[in-house]
Design a protein around this ligand. Structure first.
Ligand code: FBP
Length: 557
């Protein structure tokens, strides 16, 4: 745990009181549950039914007003853990959880597992006190208890988790994480049911990437704040580009698989070019076709004497370019199947040569054609969930490299005359720990409160859900959604695994359609907008607004 030094802004901001949805206002004692019909997973129903024999098909649980004396009767110890990358408002989730538990019974206790899921395995926990919570209200980061990416998957790890929780008398566990971590929550819930152990596991949807969403999870907390931070930075760069008129800025934005961040930032800032990975995949665009498209805009702008511009790309783009997707997928299998021999080789050259012997010829030559840095970055360790660490792959530099080559070819052919300079940027870590926007502060706090209601009522294998998010927070609705409903089977680390399906950018959805309508106009003009920093004080129209994505997605509902 890191000691928190408080800035002037945070001192004032500490007093911000998140607005609760009216259903939560009188606390868990005043909420009764309404159970819906049995549910189904989105696909692979039969396989998932067999894996989740005890928790598959549970109903959605709505919160309605009423007296619930059951939750008051017993005292309960609950553990909370952050899992995966930080996202703004994590501390408000803990605050909401803490306040709801204490309000129900002042003897209820909340414990924080340190440094992510490994804290549960290694039995590292602290009791969360009111002074601790007060210190972190409305602040960014996960530093109150830390986070990590350990995946709880082996039988031994399950047993260690059981030991930690049962020995400390913890009967509720709240996992604050993205799709992989919430998948873990569902697996743990099933394990405890199977073992007949009364421990309730509940998930909270977190990730700046915005890809944990579905009809019940309208957005994950953190997406709003992070995209506001990136939009401010992109707007500032656009202003610089208009002022000095001499650089093309290639800006890679976080978003490991889905391009929601790039799309939202584009809607907020109107860059000349934004690459949406899902569109690239859908249109089966090759790397060189993508480069041609960028070059086309650069050449046209140069003809207008505009040798500057803004290109946005999601970090996940690299995985969606069909030929590279195939390469990564084969590499994943080769790396998983040959862990030992590859680890025993010392130099990257030796590793590459070994891997070439395991790949088909076309992929070997593709890999050899990539710049050295990029092909080496493709071999970096996968995260514990088997994902390529795209935040470490410098796709913006790859594109700049290829664009430069293409422009010099055009120059040689006498088809291009301009002088173009390029700058590469990556915005990711800059946005994950910002103090939450009003939206995220309210949303995170409400999710924490909702998770407490689920835990107090013993609803294991559920994810906290707060809906109707484009309304004012007092009108938001709360419920519990069975995690198995969001699952399907996917190939991970060379094996078929049950996982929550990631929500990619919907090419028929309103946000993408909106982009399509304006992007040609943005490419040749300077239509940039400059969103400026997040505002915490001032008119509600500026301080409380949420994402354009959420507004467009819900405008027709
Ligand atoms: P989560 O899915 O865990 O929320 O993490 C999102 C993210 O910020 C991605 O955008 C990024 O690729 C990744 O984390 C970086 O991971 P790390 O923190 O391990 O470098």
């Amino acid at each position: 745990m890191v000691k928190q030094n408080i800035s002037q802004l945070q001192l004032v901001r500490k007093n911000f009181k998140p607005v609760l949805p009216s259903i939560l206002k009188n606390g868990p004692k005043s909420i009764v549950l309404k159970f819906g019909k049995p549910t189904e997973s989105i696909s692979d129903k039969e396989i998932l039914k067999k894996i989740f024999t005890n928790t598959y098909g549970m109903p959605i649980v709505k919160f309605i007003k009423g007296k619930n004396s059951e939750v008051v009767k017993r005292t309960i110890k609950v553990g909370v853990v952050f899992s995966g990358g930080p996202a703004p408002a994590g501390h408000n989730v803990v605050a909401g959880l803490f306040d709801a538990l204490k309000r129900t019974n002042s003897k209820n206790k909340l414990f924080g597992f340190l440094d992510g899921p490994s804290g549960i395995i290694e039995n590292k926990l602290v009791e969360i006190t009111s002074s601790m919570v007060d210190n972190y209200r409305n602040t960014g980061g996960f530093d109150m208890i830390g986070t990590g990416r350990t995946k709880i998957e082996t039988q031994q790890q399950f047993e260690q988790v059981k030991k930690t929780l049962t020995e400390s008398g913890i009967s509720g566990l709240v996992i604050v994480g993205g799709d992989d971590s919430n998948t873990n929550a569902a697996i743990l819930a099933e394990y405890f049911r199977k073992e007949n152990i009364k421990i309730t596991v509940v998930g909270v949807p977190k990730t700046i990437d915005g890809d944990l969403k579905n009809p019940y999870i309208e957005t994950s907390f953190g997406f709003d704040t992070a995209t506001k931070v990136y939009s401010e930075l992109v707007g500032n760069i656009a202003k610089d580009a208009c002022s000095s008129r001499k650089y093309w800025h290639f800006i890679r934005l976080m978003g490991r698989s889905a391009s929601h961040i790039a799309l939202e930032v584009a809607l907020k800032t109107h860059p000349n070019i934004v690459l949406i990975a899902e569109e690239v995949f859908d249109k089966k665009l090759t790397l060189s076709q993508i480069v041609d498209k960028i070059v086309d805009v650069i050449v046209k702008r140069a003809q207008q004497n505009k040798n500057f511009g803004i290109v946005l790309l999601p970090e996940g783009l690299i995985e969606f370019i069909p030929e590279i997707k195939e390469l990564i997928s084969r590499l994943n299998d080769v790396l998983a199947e040959n862990e030992q021999p590859i680890n025993s080789l010392l130099s990257i050259e030796e590793k590459k040569n070994f891997i070439y012997t395991k790949l088909p010829e076309n992929l070997v030559s593709l890999m050899k054609d990539l710049p050295e840095d990029i092909s080496s970055q493709l071999l970096l360790d996968r995260d514990p969930h088997g994902n390529v660490q795209v935040s470490l792959i410098e796709t913006e530099k790859l594109l700049i490299d290829m664009v430069k080559k293409k422009l010099s070819e055009l120059k040689k052919q006498g088809k291009f005359e301009g002088k173009v300079s390029f700058l590469a940027h990556f915005f990711g870590y800059e946005g994950r720990c910002c103090d939450p926007s009003n939206f995220d502060a309210n949303y995170g706090y409400s999710l924490g409160y909702t998770a407490a209601v689920l835990v107090l009522n013993g609803l294991s294998g559920y994810m906290a859900s707060v809906q109707k998010l484009i309304k004012k927070p007092s009108d938001w609705e709360c419920c519990g959604v069975p995690i198995t409903m969001m699952m399907n089977i996917e190939r991970r680390k060379g094996k078929e695994k049950p996982v929550i399906k990631k929500a990619l950018v919907d090419l028929n959805g309103e946000p993408f359609k909106f982009l399509q309508k304006y992007k040609d106009n943005w490419s040749l003009t300077e239509s940039y907008t400059f969103p400026g920093p997040i505002q915490y004080f001032g008119p509600s129209s500026i301080c409380d607004m949420t994402t354009i994505t959420l507004e467009l997605e819900h405008k027709k509902k």
